[in-house]
Design a protein around this ligand. Structure first.
Ligand SMILES: Nc1nc2c(ncn2[C@@H]2O[C@H](COP(=O)(O)OP(=O)(O)O)[C@@H](O)[C@H]2O)c(=O)[nH]1
Ligand SMILES: [Mg+2]
Length: 213
């Protein structure tokens, strides 16, 4: 499958498993849930339901000698849920802050999320910025260079993505997986302990065979 092309096969037996909590933040309707759905299930839904509270899913990325398992917290973007956000980003080792390249106000909101994370989340959190809906190039309102310059200045990973076409979705998670501190391998019991509360969550087991095609 095209959208799985960047996931590498590896040997069974010597694989180290590292588990990390990853949170998605960003304005409403920028495509957070769609990116997760694309990454975890390889699907896209034109009528993706609005997230209430937050949803939890899990998916793994296989690097050469390490399986990086992400516990993904997909938050609701509405302002009325803002006060819940710290519950999800607290203890997160990675965050994807998403904006919609056709809506400049969502880029401003993304910058505000980045600031909040840099002030209040774990000091070593790996933050990625995703300019989503790159398939809507004709409606683009945020230039690639503008977001890239901001990301560089702020020390973020940056990619333009499309949950619709799958462009850069696996690549984004793979790039984050590569930046995660592997020596900090957590045992699954510890990571499970850090999960927090599952509000309206549906737990998805990682696709079996993510490492093989
Ligand atoms: N064209 C296009 N539409 C998208 C993309 N990602 C999400 N959408 C649509 O944008 C709307 C909001 O998506 P959703 O995932 O619910 O956004 P969320 O509120 O950030 O979780 C839905 O109608 C999706 O089908 C994308 O990459 N391209
Ligand atoms: Mg959502």
């Amino acid at each position: 499958m095209a959208n799985r092309g960047s996931l590498r096969a590896n040997g069974v037996g010597q694989t180290k498993i590292c588990q990390f909590k990853l949170v998605l933040l960003g304005d409403m309707a920028v495509g957070k849930s769609s990116l997760v759905l694309r990454f975890v299930k390889g699907q896209f839904d034109e009528f993706q339901e609005t997230t209430i509270g937050a949803a939890f899913l899990a998916q793994s990325v296989c690097l050469d000698d390490t399986t990086v398992k992400f516990e993904i917290w997909d938050t609701a973007g509405q302002e009325r849920y803002h006060s819940l956000a710290p519950m999800y980003y607290r203890g997160a080792q990675a965050a994807i802050v998403v904006f919609d390249i056709t809506k400049p106000e969502t880029f401003d909101r993304a910058k505000a999320w980045v600031k909040e994370l840099q002030r209040q989340a774990s000091p070593n959190i790996v933050i990625a910025l995703a300019g989503n809906k790159s398939d809507l190039a004709e409606k683009r309102m945020v230039e690639y260079e503008e977001a890239q310059t901001y990301a560089e200045d702020t020390g973020l990973l940056f990619m333009e993505t499309s949950a619709k076409t799958a462009m850069n979705v696996n690549e984004l998670f793979l790039a984050i997986a590569k930046k995660m501190p592997k020596s900090d391998a957590q045992n699954p019991t510890h990571a499970a302990h850090n999960r927090g509360v599952n509000v309206h969550g549906s737990e998805q087991q990682p696709r079996s065979g993510c490492c093989g095609n």
